[in-house]
Design a protein around this ligand. Structure first.
Ligand code: 5GP
Ligand code: MN
Length: 339
């Protein structure tokens, strides 16, 4: 990242009044936390701001301040298109190529206004007018905090903005335990706590809202569907559409399941496959050197971070996708086993 990028950001913001913030398909805690933190900050600076998501997001993020103003593109296409056409600046948060937007990406590809990308994923595309990008940041929320501070807005960080930022940092770091967490992260968290947010309330609002069927789905998945391959230090799970509906699956219900096999001693690579919308969605997680961003990019139309990435199957058949995955494992044995 260049030394002081803020004069350019300040100049562009000064010229922009109608601003749209977009984030990736199936928004998670960091996507919504970063979008709504920036939204709450920008409205305090007298801008007209709208957050547009490609589609809906889980109920456990609906308490975030500003949530009611969010527009989902899949259900409000005309309104979203009009807002984008009218805007002079678009922020793209927590993703870095338009394929992560599904249908909304087509609108943005033809956009003639200015764009600012703020993100922490590997290998960003170069569509943006300006970028604030750092793969070392634990979350996009960490970057949004630095961005607001860089613009001179530290004093405007109130409880609402802090709640959003805390949520994104918490959800993207496995509650502050991943290697991406640094002293800087904790300095930021300390400031966020000073605004009066209550960490246990935020944790509960995100994690203690499961339905009974979601907990049973997790139990089923671990008992019946987890496959452990000890010699590859790998475990994977899969859920078909039929299995998901048996447990009254709702958006977000499978989030985080991929990580459970890491509790088994020695496991360093986990994968999770699920059917939906005619596709097979895949999550990959690794510990140590094995780069799942490259793996997801190369074989499964995806990407993400070195230790956390996602993608989708090349075919809509989940069994075929799992077979493809299993056939790839032997050639990566060395990387998967390396500390
Ligand atoms: P998850 O497995 O939780 O859906 O995603 C893990 C990480 O990979 C997240 O940072 C997410 O943004 C990224 N990711 C998930 N799916 C995709 C995808 O299809 N393409 C790319 N480029 N990144 C993805
Ligand atoms: Mn993120």
């Amino acid at each position: 990242m260049q030394k002081d990028p803020f004069p350019k950001f300040k100049a562009l913001l000064k010229k922009s009044n109608d601003i749209v913030i977009v984030t990736h398909y199936n928004p998670d805690g960091d996507a919504m936390g970063s979008s709504l933190a920036l939204y709450n900050y920008l409205i305090k600076t007298e801008k007209n701001v709208t957050v547009i998501t490609p589609n809906d997001y889980p109920d456990f993020l609906h308490w975030l301040p500003g949530n009611k103003k969010v527009i989902a593109f899949n259900t409000h296409q005309k309104k979203a298109a009009a807002l984008i056409a009218k805007s002079d600046l678009i922020f793209t948060l927590d993703f870095n190529n338009y394929s992560r937007l599904e249908g909304l990406g087509e609108l943005l590809k033809n956009y003639t206004g200015k764009t600012i990308l703020i993100d922490h994923h590997q290998q960003p595309d170069t569509y943006a007018t300006l970028m604030y990008h750092d793969v070392k940041a634990c979350s996009t929320c960490e970057l949004i905090y630095e961005f607001i501070v860089g613009l001179g807005g530290k004093k405007l960080i109130d409880k609402d903005i802090a709640s959003c930022l805390y949520t994104g940092i918490m959800t993207d770091t496995g509650s502050f335990r991943f290697d991406s967490v640094t002293p800087t992260t904790h300095h930021i968290l300390a400031h966020l706590l000073e605004t009066g947010i209550v960490p246990s309330d935020i944790h509960s609002a995100v994690y203690d809202t499961y339905s009974e069927s979601r907990v049973r789905l997790l139990g089923y998945c671990l008992t019946e569907k987890m496959v452990v391959i000890p010699e590859m230090q790998t475990a994977y799970m899969s859920l078909t559409e039929k299995e998901l509906s048996r447990f009254q699956h709702k958006k977000g219900d499978t989030e985080g399941i991929v990580n459970y096999p890491f509790s088994i001693k020695g496991i360093t690579f986990c994968a999770f496959f699920s059917e939906g919308e005619g596709k097979v969605k895949i999550s990959f997680r690794s510990k140590g050197k094995f780069d799942v961003n490259q793996f997801a990019r190369k074989y499964f139309n995806g990407g993400g971070h070195i230790n956390a990435a996602g993608g989708r199957g090349n075919v809509s058949d989940i069994e075929v996708t799992i077979k493809e995955f299993l056939a790839l494992l032997p050639q990566y044995k060395k990387e998967i086993l390396k500390k």
